[in-house]
Design a protein around this ligand. Structure first.
Ligand code: NAD
Length: 484
């Protein structure tokens, strides 16, 4: 049985202790399935951010940098154990705060969080330099050093998982972290912070400071003693992050939005393609940066694929995210629900065919029906702009070149999918598609071992794998004179 008691006011986590916000202000976090308050959370402002950054700096210069790399790895493993121990509570609060179904968090997010910790725990003592031969009278080599204090800013769609994509590699590299969760989903980040304290991370190594983006987030980005910002969120805020980071020339990684094409050719396994296209857009209520929100279908099978997609959309079990049978929960907030409903109106006004959905689901919480537009033209706004909701735009194409042109014809370059039985075509498209990830005859899988990220309005830099180690370390070149 899941405990559903309301929480008290949640304080900030700074320097290994829960502390009240210096302003004394706090804010409500709501359950998007009901609109009810789950908890009040202390609201960090620039003073609190300064306090957290100082604490992270002190830990970086002190205990953390003197710890053996293998011990850092051991602490990450301990944190993974504690997360496993407390997984029911973490899953419950992730669901309450974000509206994500518990079944999906248990199947995907939580295992990914643990996998990420174990993966980077193993890397902590394998961050090697190189001996690079230059000349006879010198020993020349490199070592990799942690960049320092990291500001990590995360969105609300995968609070635990995206948070851990940043925390685990940063800590493995020997950095310290100030984590600012999204204001609508602050709870599980604080729980992870508490578990890190319990695991034995020295005070200040991981600080968690919930607050609003334009106050706490901006203060973190502007702070002159933060060495790196790793950000996942919207392109609009990504641009602000870059401007703020210019002050002390912080290093920046930006994982931003997407409008990804999932392309279905007539020679594909249509059962598999339609199933994946449906989950590619409706999983997590469409609030996924790599959602296959543009389903490109060859004109010869457009009608058939649309019919099959509609059947699938109508069969999705929408409801209370805490129920194990629920496949689709609400949108994260009323703001997000209204934004999605506005886009549905725009699609209708643009002349796209609304073939299913299109309305709010029920009158409690922020649910929207799985919605499909057919016969969408690629210049329409619903084909170009990220909706971040359960709205699919099905776009017919003529041939391979047409499919590539449409797929590449947005400002984003995050992900794409190709469904075909022709291996040559699969490889041709893989080369032609502008995307950080291309899925062939599958859609949406990610793994911490593979680089993740995009280009253009999808941001720059890569998370995951070795790329994350490079993000959080600086190479140092050493030249030793060995002349006799
Ligand atoms: P958002 O940009 O509004 O907010 C993201 C985070 O930035 C939040 O913590 C917010 O408080 C903070 N923030 C807001 N203003 C800020 C400022 N001025 N300075 C510093 N921080 C600030 O994005 P969102 O609505 O939370 O998330 C949705 C967006 O995230 C979508 O565009 C989605 O595609 C993108 N996203 C990308 C990926 C990826 O891996 N590429 C993954 C998930 C989500």
């Amino acid at each position: 049985m899941l405990a559903r008691a309301p929480l008290n006011t949640e304080k900030l986590l700074i320097g290994g202790r829960r502390v009240a916000a210096s302003s004394g202000r706090n804010f409500e976090t709501l359950n998007p399935a009901t609109g009810n308050v789950i908890a009040r959370v202390d609201e960090a402002d620039a003073n609190d951010i300064h306090h957290a950054v100082c604490s992270a700096r002190a830990a970086f210069e002190g205990a953390w940098s003197h710890m053996k790399a293998s011990e850092r790895g051991g602490l990450l493993l301990k944190l993974a154990d504690l997360i496993r121990r407390d997984q029911d509570r973490l899953i419950e609060f992730e669901s309450l705060d974000s509206g994500k179904p518990v079944s999906a968090i248990r199947r995907q997010d939580l295992p990914a969080v643990i996998d990420t910790l174990i993966y980077y725990a193993g890397m902590a003592d394998k961050i090697n330099g190189q001996v690079i031969p230059t000349r006879d009278d010198a020993l020349t080599y490199t070592m990799r050093e942690p960049v320092g204090v990291v500001g990590a800013i995360v969105p609300w769609n995968f609070p635990l998982m995206i948070g851990m994509w940043k925390i685990a590699p940063a800590l493995a590299c020997g950095c310290t972290v100030v984590l600012k969760p999204a204001e609508v989903t602050p709870l599980t980040a604080l729980m992870i912070g508490d578990l890190a304290v319990e695991a034995g991370f020295p005070p200040g190594v991981l600080n968690v400071v919930p607050g609003f983006g334009n106050v706490a987030g901006q203060a973190l980005v502007d702070h002159p003693d933060v060495d790196k910002v790793t950000f996942t969120g919207s392109p609009v805020i990504g641009r602000r992050i870059l401007q703020g980071a210019a002050g002390n020339l912080k290093r920046v990684t930006l994982e931003l939005g997407g409008k990804s094409a999932n392309i279905i050719f007539p020679d594909a396994d249509l059962d598999a393609a339609v199933k994946a296209a449906s989950s590619g857009i409706f999983f997590n209520t469409g609030q996924v940066c790599s959602a296959g929100s543009r389903i490109l279908v060859h004109e010869s099978i457009h009608e058939e694929v649309v019919e099959r997609l509609v059947i699938r959309a109508k069969s999705i079990c929408i409801g209370d995210p805490l129920e194990a049978s629920t496949a689709m929960g609400p949108l994260v907030s009323e703001v997000q629900m209204n934004r999605v409903l506005d886009y549905i109106k725009i699609g209708c006004a643009e002349g796209a065919f609304l073939v299913t959905g299109g309305a709010r689901h029920g009158d409690t919480g922020y649910f929207v029906e799985p919605t499909i537009f057919a016969g969408v033209e690629d210049e329409m706004r619903i084909s170009q702009e990220e909706i971040f909701g359960p709205v699919a735009a099905v776009i017919p194409f003529r041939d391979e070149d047409d499919a590539v042109r449409i797929a590449n014809g947005t400002v984003y370059s995050l992900a794409a999918g190709v469904w075909t039985g022709d291996i040559g075509r699969a490889h041709r498209l893989t080369r032609s598609l502008k995307a950080g990830t291309v899925w062939v005859n599958t859609y949406g899988a990610t793994d911490i071992r593979l680089p993740w990220g995009g280009s253009r309005d999808s941001g720059f830099g890569r998370e995951h794998g070795d790329a994350a180690i490079e993000n959080f370390t600086e190479p140092k070149a050493v030249w030793v004179n060995t002349a006799a």
